[in-house]
Design a protein around this ligand. Structure first.
Ligand code: C2E
Ligand code: CA
Ligand code: CA
Ligand code: CA
Length: 275
């Protein structure tokens, strides 16, 4: 454990050895990653299970460091959150996705929507709606082209979260709850917050076929979403029989390696959008 000052501690995890020898070094590189052009967005298709169509994608950040290679988000996102670097990085993500959407619209793909992950710290940033609005304006995009994914943890500060969600809804942004069912357990916020979509966490989907409890939870989340007038997406779908289960349980959309891994914008154009 190393002291960072002001009562913050950071823990060295053994799985970090591969990429960076320590957090201090990783932070130094993360600080320069934007100006060094080391970030790129990948996109993962979300498939409509009724029509088979793909109109929405989740944007996932990739960091290719010159010295240490590919660093997975599971390593650098928590560090970015802890150090506050998530604010400039998150802003970079918003601008990058909007400029990609503008590019796709110019090529004729007009009804595409992209979901951006917003970390809890970023969600509490008071000028987030203005940052998003500016990016939409600069790229001449309608707000309906953008969706944000927040976790239940981001909604723990109920009053701040409620006011942020209302400001984002007012612009016209679609709101989804990521990793639904794994965090803050009160269902109270579902009735008070303007939420459009629930994303069923991959931990429930993984054993849907063998674990009766996972199957029951998944079906219940699908019913819950429908009864509340929300859309529902299953994450982490890897197998054909998971797809069959989700279709028969009337789940609207699915996302996962079965359909496609997250890939570059170019691959999305070549393999998905050309159709
Ligand atoms: P998440 O938002 O829950 O994203 C889903 C993760 O599951 C992604 O990992 C994705 O590549 C992976 N995944 C997709 N399909 C499958 C599948 O079928 N099986 C399995 N096993 N995994 C699948 P990734 O890209 O490594 O991202 C990890 C986490 O890092 C994300 O979890 C999200 O919390 C965070 N993250 C990624 N990009 C961003 C970003 O731009 N901003 C913020 N704030 N967080 C991000
Ligand atoms: Ca997500
Ligand atoms: Ca997720
Ligand atoms: Ca997750």
């Amino acid at each position: 454990v190393k002291e960072k000052g002001k009562g913050h501690f950071r823990f060295y995890r053994s799985d970090m050895k591969d990429a960076f020898p320590n957090y201090i070094l990783m932070e130094a590189h993360l600080r320069k990653a934007i100006e060094m052009n080391e970030f790129v967005m990948h996109y993962q298709p979300q498939v409509n299970l009724k029509t088979g169509k793909i109109k929405t994608f989740e944007a996932l950040l990739r960091w290719q460091n010159r010295k240490f290679g590919n660093v997975p988000p599971s390593q650098f996102i928590p560090l970015a959150e802890e150090t506050g670097l998530i604010i400039p990085i998150g802003e970079w993500v918003i601008h990058s996705v909007c400029s990609q959407l503008a590019d796709w619209r110019n090529k004729g793909y007009k009804d595409i929507r992209v979901a951006i992950n917003i970390s809890p710290k970023q969600f509490l940033q008071t000028n987030l709606p203005e940052i998003i609005q500016k990016a939409l304006f600069m790229n001449q995009l309608p707000a309906s082209a953008l969706e944000i994914e927040i976790t239940e943890g981001a909604m723990e500060d109920t009053i701040a979260a409620l006011s942020m969600l209302h400001r984002l809804k007012k612009i016209g942004i679609i709101i989804s709850v990521d990793d639904f069912g794994t965090g803050y357990s009160s269902l109270n916020y579902l009735k008070r917050f303007p939420i459009d979509i629930l994303k069923i966490d991959q931990s429930f989907v993984r054993e849907i076929q063998v674990n009766e409890k996972d199957a029951a939870i998944t079906k219940t989340i699908i019913h819950l979403a429908h009864n509340l007038g929300m859309e529902v997406i299953a994450e982490g779908v890897e197998e054909e029989d998971q797809v069959q289960f989700l279709v028969s349980a009337q789940c609207q959309k699915a996302q996962g390696y079965y359909f496609s891994r997250p890939v570059s914008a170019k691959e999305i154009e070549q393999k998905v959008l050309y159709i």
